[in-house]
Ligand binder design. Structure first.
Ligand SMILES: Nc1ncnc2c1ncn2[C@@H]1O[C@H](COP(=O)(O)OP(=O)(O)OP(=O)(O)O)[C@@H](O)[C@H]1O
Ligand SMILES: Nc1ncnc2c1ncn2[C@@H]1O[C@H](COP(=O)(O)OP(=O)(O)OP(=O)(O)O)[C@@H](O)[C@H]1O
Length: 500
């Protein structure tokens, strides 16, 4: 299969500085990756991993987007000239859905490459099956959950059978079964085609069994470590962990929390949720949202977790059943959040959406953090104090003047959580709050949420992050089974909320 041989990557003193930034995102990179090599690319949030992948895919743009020095080559040519040799799956799956129907979207890359039609549909079916996207070919791509979109993007790239497969956090939005399924699908396609693989993922455990090499980018530029996985992670483990890299076996300290089982704030009474009137994706949900407690919502991709989060946040009406505010919210008691006026909603519930871009409003990171506190009409000194604290604690201070839309994936996620933390809501509803974080920023986020819980606020978090559930969740609501299941973890105090 000569035509399918893996691509060779060469970097010689390569640097890229994004327009508007003082420091390069990647600097002085020297690298040789052999055809067919399988590389796990690591590095702290903001270290330049996505920038390097974009460079390799030839999509970094022209002079107006930034400037580069040195050389970055794929098979000896500029990456923009490799013509279909490279398949890139971006961090944000939402941004790469191109066509209206699932089958057409997966076929798109193959069509551009001029693959014969019969062959295209054979590849499309195989790719959909390999990535576990069990949907009809004519299913609408605008009606996919986050994890389904991630599988879709990967299916499109696998179907192209590229010589260089670049994957940016391809399993970050997937349920645990999906993570293994997708990793195995990638490994299988790689083995069949001999493609060179470069995968970025903060949680290294999943990928270690299928890679030959680990490369760690240093936050200040260059390479922090490079070698076979065991050597890099054992010999350099402590140093890497200090630099923010997740290293298996180097533990995560659990933030201290005063166990505060406060009164119920919201009650979910036999709630069904769905995006459209009359069509429920999850039903029969009973749970309490309690002051000072964290409720995690888990379950497979497409089970309705994000839909439930939007419903709890008062942004979608329940399809059936009721969400009732308790006396704790004196003015709003007895009324469903979806009926509150927007100002009441703002003071009571803070919502972080699955895609951070959907909630940015301001031109700089600092201004973005001030939007909520300003709407609450807080005194300026108080606003400044909250904004400064969040900037420092979430390692965003260096980016205070940057446009939110230009941040790295992990930086955007932290900013979106921080914008809501800045309003200190009674209830915080978060959709995948830890997505894309390195070990250090993950700890900071968890610590900030633990502090908010200690002030008596409630946290409701949709998550696939098992460690987050372990460390922070007091109750776990699992969707996707025959009936939603509620488990109380910290104490049995809310056990009456368990479904019968
Ligand atoms: N389009 C852009 N314009 C300006 N700066 C950018 C742009 N894209 C990324 N950056 C900056 O370049 C640096 C590297 O970003 P990059 O996305 O490559 O990091 P990363 O290692 O992939 O991070 P993460 O793990 O958070 O996804 C960051 O500081 C980021 O703010
Ligand atoms: N905007 C939308 N319009 C119509 N249907 C949608 C929309 N978004 C999601 N759906 C469908 O609703 C169902 C539930 O989606 P939801 O996003 O709530 O799932 P989820 O459990 O959060 O999944 P994931 O873990 O993949 O994010 C899915 O079957 C999905 O196809």
């Amino acid at each position: 299969m000569g035509a399918l041989r893996g691509a060779r990557i060469t970097a010689r003193g390569w640097s890229w500085r994004h327009a508007g930034r003082l420091r390069p995102a990647v600097s002085d990179l020297d690298l040789d990756i052999r055809p067919g090599e399988r590389v796990l690319l690591l590095g702290a949030s903001g270290a330049g991993k996505s920038t390097l992948l974009a460079g390799l895919a030839g999509v970094l743009g022209g002079d107006e987007e930034g400037d580069s020095t040195g050389e970055l080559l794929v098979d000896g040519v500029h990456p923009a000239d490799t013509r279909g040799r490279v398949g890139l799956v971006l961090q944000d799956p939402d941004s790469q859905v191109v066509l209206a129907r699932v089958g057409d979207d997966v076929a798109f890359g193959c069509e551009n490459l001029g693959v014969p039609r019969d062959e295209i549909w054979r590849r499309v079916s195989a790719a959909l099956e390999a990535t576990g996207l069990d949907l009809p070919l004519d299913h609408s791509t605008s009606e996919l959950s986050g994890g389904q979109k991630q599988r879709l993007a990967l299916a499109g790239a696998l179907a192209m059978q590229p010589g260089l497969l670049l994957l940016d956090e391809p399993t970050a939005n997937l349920d645990p079964a999906g993570v293994v399924e997708v990793r195995d699908a990638v490994a299988r396609v790689q083995a069949e085609t001999g493609a060179t693989l470069v995968v970025v993922e903060h949680r290294v455990g999943v990928w270690l069994p299928v890679v030959d090499r680990v490369i760690v980018l240093a936050a200040g530029g260059g390479v922090l470590a490079d070698g076979d996985p065991e050597t890099v992670l054992s010999a350099e483990g402590v140093r890497l962990s200090e630099a923010g890299v997740w290293v298996p076996g180097v533990g995560t300290p659990i933030p201290a929390r005063s166990v505060f089982a406060g009164p119920s704030i919201l009650a979910l009474e036999g709630v069904s949720v769905g995006r459209r009137r009359g069509s429920a994706v999850a039903s029969g949900i009973r749970a309490e949202v309690d002051a000072g407690r964290a409720l995690a919502i888990t379950g497979p991709n497409g089970a309705g977790k994000s839909t439930l989060a939007l419903t709890i946040a008062g942004l979608l009406p329940p399809v059936a059943g009721d969400i009732v505010a308790r006396e704790t919210l004196s003015a709003g008691a007895g009324v469903s959040p979806v009926k509150w006026r927007s100002r009441e909603l703002l003071t009571r519930i803070g919502t972080v959406f699955q895609e951070p871009e959907h909630q940015f409003l301001a031109a700089t990171v600092r201004a973005e953090l001030a939007v909520g506190p300003r709407a609450l009409k807080l005194p300026q000194a108080e606003i400044d104090q909250r904004v400064d604290e969040l900037l420092t604690r979430l390692r965003l201070d260096r980016l205070a003047g940057a446009n939110p839309f230009t941040l790295s994936g992990g930086e955007k996620r932290r900013l979106s959580v921080a914008t809501v933390l800045a309003t200190r809501p009674k209830i915080l509803v978060l959709d995948e709050p830890t997505f894309g974080q390195d070990a250090r920023t993950w700890r900071e986020l968890v610590a900030l949420l633990a502090e908010l819980l200690d002030t008596g606020s409630a946290v409701v978090a949709v998550t696939h992050d098992a460690e987050f559930v372990d460390v922070l969740a007091d109750d776990v609501l699992t969707l996707g089974g025959v009936t939603p299941r509620l488990d109380a973890r910290l104490s049995a105090s809310r056990a009456e909320g368990v479904l019968s």
